[in-house]
Design a protein around this ligand. Structure first.
Ligand SMILES: *[C@@H]1O[C@H](CO)[C@@H](O)[C@H](O)[C@H]1NC(C)=O
Length: 252
């Protein structure tokens, strides 16, 4: 599976509100673990100290020490950076907090990917630039991240493609619908490709422009009726001709 997983989880360590005005002031501290590789090698720990919406001190494990962003922040960051045990504790958070929790997330959620069910159908057209539209739908997949793409004779098509968002079904599963507007050409091959974390390789469905079975049945029934009608009409005509010609042949 090729899609990268960009993840981040938060720990809100403290959220205190002390009201001096009607709306209050909010001092908060958010710790984030940010990573995108499943071996957790790119894990970054970021610890933010925030007053209202402004970060005034940040510890970023890539930087390795506190950085202040206001006069008060700079003053305190400086003090904290001079405290080896406090700094040591922050630097250890990647291994103590982030990685063990990320492993739990992987085993409990991320590795439980459910691949999509994919359906390709022709849709109805609401006055677009092209006479035909195809709809590629992916259902019941988890997690949300998915890639739906179109190919025309093996080449990726990006123009005249519209897609819904990944729509939450409300039961952890998602669905998505991608539309391709096109002008049919004979002999061309249109395909929809879906890639997802639950798949080892993308699902590719080729559009079969022949009519669906129910339509074929209707046409077959109609055609049989027509043939039957022609036979009966022909038989009637022959019968009538024979009778009338028999009469005409007898001169008076
Ligand atoms: C952490 O620091 C690195 C290196 O300066 C930077 O690339 C990265 O964007 C920082 N992360 C955050 C969340 O600020």
């Amino acid at each position: 599976m090729s899609l990268p997983k960009v993840l981040c989880f938060h720990l809100i360590l403290m959220l205190s509100a002390f009201t001096g005005a009607a709306n209050g002031y909010y001092n908060s501290r958010w710790a984030k673990c940010i990573f995108s590789s499943s071996d957790l090698s790119d894990m970054v720990f970021v610890d933010n100290y925030i007053f209202n919406k402004d970060v005034y001190i940040q510890f970023n494990s890539t930087v390795g020490e506190y950085v202040g962003y206001t006069a008060h922040g700079v003053y305190n960051a400086d003090l904290w950076n001079k405290n080896p045990s406090q700094l040591q504790q922050e630097r250890a958070e990647v291994d103590r907090y982030c990685k063990p929790n990320a492993e739990i997330y992987y085993s409990a959620i991320l590795n439980k990917a459910v691949p999509p069910k994919v359906k390709l159908s022709s849709g109805t057209q609401a006055g677009g630039r092209h006479p035909a539209v195809l709809m590629c739908s992916a259902y019941d997949f988890y997690p949300k991240r998915i890639k739906v793409s179109w190919m025309r004779d093996g080449k990726v098509v990006t123009s005249d493609v519209t897609s819904t968002e990944e729509l939450a079904d409300g039961d952890w599963y998602y669905q998505i619908h991608s539309h391709l507007e096109y002008t049919p050409k004979s002999g061309e091959k249109i395909s929809c490709a879906v890639d997802h974390a639950g798949l080892t390789k993308p699902i590719i469905i080729d559009w079969d422009p022949s009519l669906p079975e129910s339509e074929r049945n209707k046409i077959a029934i109609g055609a049989s009726g027509l043939v039957l009608g022609i036979i009966i009409a022909a038989a009637g005509l022959i019968y009538y001709k024979k009778k009338s010609s028999g009469r005409i042949l007898v001169p008076t």
